[in-house]
Design a protein around this ligand. Structure first.
Ligand code: FUB
Length: 427
């Protein structure tokens, strides 16, 4: 396993949960590329895994256009979280309700009967919000009582949720005992101890700190830093246990070198005998080992070779070193390739994988599906233009039947495409 774990699009603020289907899910923010500060963040994606190493993009679950009460300009879909109760999945997200974004934060809720699709917005939680109040976290205790935490600036607050999971039982109270709180609250429980983790204000390079309590709403006892700077100005993480091992999910800016184009990472989290947390070792390669067999391939996968594409604007169908046809010269102004009549089977979520070669450190592919722009995909270097082991992928909606079209335009240097594969999800 390599960090970052999600490389095709930029993701941040991972909230990880293990649900009843036995898989681990990451609900993440989406840093839209190109970025404008964190203003344009939008279109939340969910990722799932059965073994902690192979991650599936489950597709987009909510965008600012879906939020009826949101700021008219959209964007600002910041760090989310999710919870499950009685057959319903709840997705919580911070979003401003007005143009003056930092004064008008609210905590929105969307629900679904499925963990990673078909979410519908339900409005916002009344009584929560205001200046810099972002980053919701919902913790469900062993007795099934649920608590909402959130905060930003220097204030962290929490309170109990009603059984509907969409309203507060009482007014949220300030969490006491945290040192140098900035944002990114996350609460979990281990061996009867409640842990509240958060990011601090270390100038330009936030770290993650934590505090413990024997009560879900504190007061808290500060325990120290457990994730040192990642190289990114923000830090935001979640902690989850999966198949007997604890993990920290966090983000860095390893791929882009830009603090607003971030990437989700995972490393082991170890505890001392007294329950304190050891400083997390941030790894690049081989940090996490699989906890089970690799998942079976999607039986719906259909591969379309480069020679099946139409090209235009200067892009070319050309032979590679073995004489196979590949698509090249894609990075010129106006150059593109297009695959038509792609089979979406019954329609719905479909994973698109593009197999490519590039010697560029960070080439880009602009993806348009059925006329809709899905923005930029990253194509990380494969080392040379003859090594076609590069895969970049995203899950998008397809129409039913063999009527879908995928258009790709290149950027940031030469890149060649060997094939694309589309895999329809069983929804
Ligand atoms: O991703 C936008 C904001 O940056 C999050 O809400 C914060 O926690 C920080 O990661």
């Amino acid at each position: 396993m390599k960090n970052p774990i999600i490389t095709s699009i930029f993701t941040a603020d991972p909230s990880a949960h293990v649900w009843e289907d036995g898989k681990v899910y990451i609900y993440a923010s989406h840093d839209m590329d190109p970025a404008r500060g964190c203003d344009l963040m939008d279109r939340y994606h969910v990722f799932s895994s059965e073994d902690m190493v192979n991650w599936v993009d489950e597709g987009e679950i909510l965008r600012s256009d879906d939020v009826s009460w949101g700021r008219p300009e959209g964007g600002f879909m910041w760090a989310p979280d999710a919870a499950y109760r009685n057959g319903t999945y709840y997705f919580y997200y911070p979003h401003p309700s007005g143009t003056a974004w930092n004064d008008t934060w609210k905590i929105g809720v969307a629900t679904s009967k499925k963990p990673a699709s078909e979410f519908t917005d339900q409005g916002y939680i009344t009584g929560l919000g205001g200046f810099a109040m972002i980053d919701p976290c919902v913790f469900v205790d062993d007795d099934n009582r649920a608590y909402m935490y959130y905060g930003g600036g220097s204030k962290c607050a929490g309170g109990e949720l009603n059984d509907d999971m969409m309203s507060m039982k009482n007014e949220a109270i300030e969490m006491e005992g945290l040192e140098d709180f900035h944002e990114a609250t996350w609460v979990f429980k281990r061996n009867g101890i409640y842990y509240l983790t958060y990011s601090d204000n270390l100038d330009g390079l936030n770290q993650m700190r934590y505090a413990i309590s024997d009560n879900p709403l504190g007061p808290w006892t500060y325990k120290g830093v457990f994730l040192e700077p990642t190289g990114c100005s923000t830090s935001h993480g979640s902690v989850a246990e999966f198949k007997g091992q604890w993990y920290l999910f966090y983000h860095n800016q390893e791929i882009s070198n830009q603090g607003n184009l971030r990437s989700v990472c995972i490393d082991y989290l170890h505890f001392n005998e007294d329950g304190t947390i050891q400083t997390v070792v941030q790894t690049k390669e081989g940090g996490i080992k699989p906890v089970g067999p690799s998942p079976a391939a999607n039986p719906n996968r259909i591969v379309y070779e480069a020679k099946q594409a139409a090209v235009g604007g200067g892009a070319a169908l050309q032979p590679d070193d073995q004489g196979n046809v590949v698509i090249g010269s894609l990075d010129g102004e106006g150059a593109y390739c297009q695959f038509d009549q792609l089979d979406g089977l019954g329609g719905g979520r479909t994973s698109i994988e593009i197999r490519y070669a590039t010697a560029e450190r960070l080439a880009k592919l602009n993806l348009t599906v059925n006329g809709e722009d899905f923005s930029l995909l990253n194509a990380l270097s494969t080392g040379s233009l003859s090594d076609y082991t590069g895969i970049t992928n995203i899950t998008v909606p397809f129409k039913a039947g063999a009527i879908n079209s995928v258009k790709l335009a290149g950027g940031n240097g030469e890149l060649r495409i060997a094939s694309i594969a589309v895999s329809s999800f069983e929804d």
